[in-house]
Design a protein around this ligand. Structure first.
Ligand SMILES: Cc1cc2nc3c(=O)[nH]c(=O)nc-3n(C[C@H](O)[C@H](O)[C@H](O)COP(=O)(O)OP(=O)(O)OC[C@H]3O[C@@H](n4cnc5c(N)ncnc54)[C@H](O)[C@@H]3O)c2cc1C
Length: 360
């Protein structure tokens, strides 16, 4: 059997978007997942492409902007391969901002808000309007998986990567099914990327997010996202979930626990009700949680792994992995094939976590 050119650990949105990009460039790709593909953080997300969220670290903006520009082509590729169209659900976000950052021209008046969404109670919030899209990550997950299945990408569910080591010009990858050699290995294992020290010693940790969905009352036709630092309400306007809204999310530092606590969901609902009182009448459908891959500085880790030849990592996308998937696939493929990068990757270098280590 021929060895793959590239082997990827992790079939979340990052691993599979990158697999598609490398396949498109003619590479033979194998992807391992320890569970079901796209069943972790990537299908737990709200789906906001929040490049201009004021809570994002400023260094993220160029990568986020690149990703937004690549999104239409990414969705077209998924559509061509899978036959499935993944529409944008919303095109506008009402973003609350601290008083000192709202300028006279960007801030909406109460009259504007009442016109946009009569049910909104902006008592304690100032809002600006952002041109921002959202999509349904579950719709994207099922289309992306169908797209991958339509290619020669070798996707192996329920096969954890147990260890890797560089041997000459190749990497030996060990799974419970045996060993495999590939020219290059990419760790896209999300919140688990550093869970096993044999995979990597980079500080990626899980940040739990709980959220829930409701059926919006007919009195509240909602076509845009409402977001404050404490809570967001993300309506679905097309597809099987049209008329629902996602309300999230907690940010918790408690390891790999994914238990959903009704008290946390109730707190989110109360926060949402302060914005949209009519949410009090909304029937709850589901509640769930996911584990965001986080780094100490809130930025992704994209690049070659120091001291481990032919090993790369692409994770740490924290609250923006859906937004950043197309750009991550693009810049990581450029690194793998040896092309110049479309954007400066130095803020995301794995080396930043090794700066204090003494040189060998
Ligand atoms: C509640 C919540 C809301 C969010 N909302 C948004 C949003 O609105 N917009 C946005 O852009 N982002 C959002 N995010 C963030 C986004 O979901 C993540 O950044 C993104 O999904 C990370 O993708 P990933 O592929 O790195 O991780 P994952 O989707 O978690 O995939 C990692 C995969 O690696 C596999 N794996 C782990 N270890 C191994 C191993 N040893 N061998 C093989 N496979 C392994 C896992 O099984 C998993 O399938 C949200 C996240 C949460 C939890």
């Amino acid at each position: 059997m021929q060895h793959p050119d590239v082997c990827i650990a992790g079939a979340g949105i990052i691993g599979l978007s990158l697999a598609l990009e490398l396949h498109h460039r003619g590479y033979r790709v194998t992807v391992f997942d320890q569970g079901e593909p796209l069943s972790e953080s990537s299908s737990a997300a709200a789906g906001m492409l929040a490049a201009h969220d004021p809570d994002n670290p400023p260094q993220l903006l160029p990568l986020a902007t690149l990703s937004l520009s690549l999104y239409p082509d990414f969705l077209n590729r998924v559509r061509t391969l899978s036959g499935r169209h993944v529409p944008f659900q919303t095109h506008t976000t009402l973003q609350s901002v601290p008083l000192h950052t709202a300028t006279a021209s960007s801030e909406l008046t109460t009259k504007d808000l009442t016109h946009l969404l009569p049910a909104l109670t902006p008592r304690e919030h100032r809002f600006i309007l952002l041109d921002e899209h959202s999509l349904d990550p579950r719709q994207l997950a099922s289309a992306l998986l169908a797209a991958v299945h339509a290619t020669t990408i070798d996707l192996r569910p329920h096969t954890p990567v147990l260890s890797t080591r560089s041997i000459g010009n190749t990497v030996e990858i060990t799974t419970p099914s045996g060993t495999m050699h590939a020219a290059q290995f990419i760790n896209c294992a999300g919140a688990w990327a550093a869970a096993s020290s044999h995979l990597l010693n980079i500080p990626v940790t899980p940040k739990k997010g709980q959220m829930f969905s409701v059926v919006l009352p007919p009195s509240l036709p909602m076509h845009f996202v409402v977001r404050t630092p404490d809570v967001y309400i993300v309506p679905r306007t097309a597809g099987p979930a049209a008329g629902h809204a996602i309300i999230g999310a907690t940010v918790e530092d408690i390891g790999f626990d994914k238990i959903v606590h009704p008290s946390d969901i109730d707190r989110l609902r109360s926060l949402a009700i302060t914005l949209l009182p009519v949410i009090a009448e909304a029937h709850q459908l589901e509640a769930w949680s996911g584990l965001r891959p986080a780094t100490p500085d809130g930025l992704p880790v994209l690049g070659a792994v120091p001291g481990q030849p032919n090993h790369f990592i692409a994770t740490g996308h924290y609250r923006n992995g859906i937004l950043l998937a197309p750009a991550t696939a693009n810049v990581m493929a450029q690194l793998i094939v040896g092309e110049a990068s479309s954007t400066d990757l130095s803020p995301f270098s794995p080396n930043r976590f090794f700066a204090e280590l003494p040189s060998p």
